[in-house]
Design a protein around this ligand. Structure first.
Ligand SMILES: C[S@@+](CC[C@H](N)C(=O)[O-])C[C@H]1O[C@@H](n2cnc3c(N)ncnc32)[C@H](O)[C@@H]1O
Length: 90
């Protein structure tokens, strides 16, 4: 349903990653992670593990965007809520 323009595509790496496996292939830290309406399918311990991995791949001060139904306030040691659905990496 969405197609990036060719000049943008050159700057994008598309890859498929299983979030619940601990072999994420990312090398460079990210400024922003969008992970909307995905972790609602995981139980609390799995959510925590995935949040720890996202914390690991984000730069300090990086932002995590989640869905409206998702709440990770129990992981405030990792992220600070900055908006309704936006968390800042600690
Ligand atoms: C409700 S959709 C949300 C899609 C999109 N993020 C959005 O907000 O429109 C849930 C997505 O979670 C993905 N998903 C579920 N378990 C996953 C996992 N273990 N690793 C990666 N993606 C997963 C599914 O493939 C699906 O695309």
């Amino acid at each position: 349903m969405v197609r990036a323009k060719p000049e943008m595509r050159k700057a994008i790496d598309f890859m498929s990653v299983n979030l619940i496996r601990d072999d994420w292939p990312f090398r460079e830290p990210f400024d922003v992670v969008f992970c909307r309406n995905v972790m609602i399918y995981f139980d609390a311990p799995t959510q925590r593990k995935v949040l720890e991995r996202i914390h690991r791949v984000l730069k300090p001060g990086g932002m995590l965007f989640v869905g409206h139904a998702e709440n990770f306030s129990e992981s405030r040691d990792l992220f600070t809520l900055r908006g309704k659905t936006v968390y800042e990496r600690r």
